[in-house]
Write a protein that binds this ligand. Structure first.
Ligand code: IVH
Length: 709
């Protein structure tokens, strides 16, 4: 087994008790990573790190077989399907492969096969690249494609038939005569590097999320609800295996692959037969050399015993066949120097540190940047608060080891401390935004530091403007996402106030809005009218429109109801900036439903002078309608109320508005936290729930008597 460094106790030093705890931890951790990989197409660790976790699990289980858990990752493959598509039960389970990481692992594998079959010499193996895509099973009945299914958890996958039919590499009918009644062809769906780059470019232009790597984009593209989208993604398919077969057309692996090719499938052109361990290892090295030039991602090679009768005799152990093994490539690493650390500001204001590297080639790609994730990562602290890299921090001038593993963004995985220059100082993470200069804050329990200059920070402005004009905020018709971006690009609308001066400025402009592409006299007139209509806005909508972290519609309403009008609100926010001990801060956190996290977010926003100035410019343009203030001395202030059944003296909406005005929170369902259930005739399950939880039940009249109206 290849030697790998674990930041944990070596498996052979674990006591039984520690082993049991470690297996429980690994089962949970691997299940989480499986979910991210298989269901969300968004892995957070590299394949090499994932393999190391599984390997550790296997090693511990090999030492303590009595501790193997029912939910152990060794007992299942992948994660359950996501539920978005119809489920398909595989006639023959779709299994996985055991991994080899070193030459010795491969030799051991061949030895095991030789011993099991009692042979005198190594048998013939097929060798082929291990494609880094997602596996797919295609069922043909009477020669016609009837089902295409993903692997899912190995037993049950997702029905993606309509989508797979759009792939050019997948025949709708098998070529040739007399094909067996039932034929299941299995293989890998993948995306070429060129198609991946082109897709991400299109995604970025359309402001859609970009994919992390070709594998994720292949998975995301195949699991689209609309087959037309899959069709536009140019997915490819290599066939390399089979599932249920009503008759076997060949008796070797190579014979089967040849037969599959003759039925109209693409098979990998590098497929080869190997007659010795040396030949297998030579194949591995050859493919490793060609890897960068293949044009698609592979993460190793796969060896399979050629004779099918011998495959059958060897059978399976838990999730993988004994007759095949994946010889994985090591994660690609290189050593280089950190020339600088740059801070990038994302659209939501997150500050992400990036190492600017002395350019270095990793696996055929020149790398100049590597992500440093966040402030703690630079300091040598992991997401769970525990040390990483043995607690070593990363400094400008350090020699570091970088890794490119499947993911497109390389990472700094270690520091070569012996090479640290004397002059290197610990990196000071900036406390202000490098783009706009606003102060940047890190909430308790969060790894990310964020810029607070939402309204004026160029890195975030477009996002904030979009939010500002969105439906639940200012709701300006005719000012959609594209228009906001276009106006921003041309310097016409840089901050909310600019929206309201647009018409005035247009009068004086030489190039009128109506002359722009996609706009005309009528749409410009309509747009200006829509803007005028929103010059008057209720306080809660204004607060929500500012796009402050944690201030959604509900919190905006709670705050607006408390302060009543915009002047009281601004005064309250300014005074609360004096800190948690101030009366104003306490007033804010005393509003039912507003905790410290929310209070801090809004206070930080108002502490930033540039935000205040941008808001003042906006307030010069608009009129903010006051809201009826909550009566904080009302008997229901801070209480949670549920209305159920029909009400006779007021509508449900009136009841809700009244309760909220009085400082109560109106909930949709009953729980332990509910204070009152107001039940009218016809009340059903909510009444029963209230009785179950011992919640006070009031009639409509009793409620009205209590609130005094
Ligand atoms: S054979 C019974 N051949 O790797 C095993 N798998 O880690 C059948 N894969 O689930 C799999 N290229 O998704 C095989 N040439 C290849 C492969 C390949 C990629 C994938 C496949 C499998 C996974 C196992």
């Amino acid at each position: 087994m290849a030697k790998r460094a674990y930041p944990f106790t070596p498996t052979d030093q674990l006591t039984e008790e520690q082993a049991a705890a470690e297996l429980a931890r690994l089962a949970k951790l691997i299940a989480e990573h499986d979910k991210r990989y298989y269901q969300q197409d968004a892995p957070t660790i590299s394949d090499a790190e994932y393999d190391a976790l599984r390997q550790r699990n296997n090693d511990i289980e090999a030492r303590f077989p009595e501790l193997i858990r029912k939910d152990s990752p060794s007992q299942r493959v992948g994660a359950a399907p996501t539920g978005r598509f119809k489920k398909v039960r595989h006639a023959v389970p779709m299994l996985s492969l055991d991994n080899a990481f070193s030459d010795q692992d491969v030799a051991d594998f061949v030895d095991r096969v030789v011993r099991f079959l009692k042979l005198n010499e190594p048998p013939v193996f097929t060798a082929e690249p291990k494609i880094d895509g997602l596996s797919l099973s295609l069922r043909y009945e009477a020669g016609k494609l009837v089902t295409g299914a993903t692997r899912g958890d190995g037993a049950e996958g997702e029905d993606v038939t309509a989508n797979v039919k759009t792939l050019h590499d997948i025949p709708h009918a098998l070529k040739g005569r007399n094909v067996p009644d039932v034929v299941e062809i299995r293989g890998e769906v993948y995306m070429t590097h060129d198609d991946f780059i082109a897709l991400n470019k299109r995604q970025a232009e359309a402001d859609e999320p970009v994919y992390a790597n070709p594998r994720n984009s292949a998975a995301g593209s195949l699991r689209q609800k609309d087959p037309a989208i899959t069709a536009s993604r140019k997915l490819k398919f290599f066939a390399y295996a089979w599932g249920e077969m009503s008759a076997m057309p060949a008796d070797t692996q190579a014979g089967m692959v040849e037969w599959i090719e003759a039925r109209g499938f693409s098979i990998n052109p590098l497929f080869k037969l190997c007659h010795s361990v040396d030949a297998m290892l030579a194949f591995y090295r050859d493919i490793e050399q060609r890897r960068a030039a293949l044009g698609y991602d592979i993460d190793g090679v796969v060896y399979k015993l050629n004779r099918l009768d011998w495959q059958q005799r060897l059978g399976f152990v838990s999730r993988s066949p004994r007759w095949a093994i994946a010889h994985k490539f090591p994660a690609e690493k290189a050593t280089t120097v950190v020339n600088d650390i740059d801070i990038q500001v994302g659209r939501t204001g997150a500050l992400t540190p990036v190492a600017k590297l002395e350019p270095v080639t990793v696996g055929g790609v020149v790398v100049q940047n590597a992500t440093l994730h966040n402030e703690d990562y630079i300091k040598g602290i992991g997401n769970d608060g525990n040390p990483i890299r043995g607690g070593t921090d990363i400094r400008i001038g350090d020699t570091v080891i970088i890794q490119r593993a499947g993911d497109v963004i390389p990472q700094v995985v270690d520091v070569v401390l012996e090479k640290r220059p004397k002059s290197a100082r610990p990196y000071e993470f900036p406390k202000t935004c490098p783009v706009c200069g606003s102060h940047a804050v890190r909430e308790e329990g969060e790894a990310v530091r964020r810029c607070t200059g939402g309204l004026i920070c160029p890195a975030q402005q477009v996002e904030r403007l979009r939010h500002f004009v969105s439906r639940d905020a200012f709701d300006i018709e005719g000012l959609g996402e594209k228009q906001v971006q276009a106006f921003y690009n041309d310097g016409l609308v840089m901050e909310p106030a600019d929206i309201f001066t647009l018409a005035e400025r247009d009068k004086r402009a030489t190039k009128k809005l109506a002359d722009r592409e996609g706009l005309g006299e009528t749409s410009v007139r309509n747009l200006f009218a829509a803007i005028e209509e929103r010059r008057k806005i209720p306080l809660n909508k204004l607060i929500y429109a500012l796009g402050i972290r944690h201030i959604g519609e509900t919190n905006a309403r709670l705050i607006a109801r408390h302060y009543g009008d915009v002047d009281a609100f601004l005064e309250g926010m300014t005074a609360a900036g004096a800190g948690p001990d101030s009366e104003a801060y306490r007033e804010l956190t005393n509003i039912g439903g507003i905790g410290e996290v929310v209070a801090d977010a809004i206070v930080e926003f108002f502490k930033e002078k540039k935000n205040r100035e941008a808001l003042d410019r906006l307030l010069e343009q608009i009129e903010v309608e006051p809201m009826e203030k909550v009566k904080s001395d009302s008997p229901v202030a801070g209480k949670t109320v549920v209305f159920t059944g029909s009400l006779e003296k007021m509508t449900r909406n009136e009841a809700k508005a009244q309760a909220e005005r009085l400082g109560a929170k109106v909930a949709g369902s009953v729980s332990k936290k509910t204070d009152y259930v107001v039940a009218g005739p016809g009340a059903g399950s909510k009444l029963a729930e209230a009785q179950k939880h011992g919640v006070t039940v009031l009639s409509e009249d009793e409620w009205l008597a209590m609130v005094g109206g």
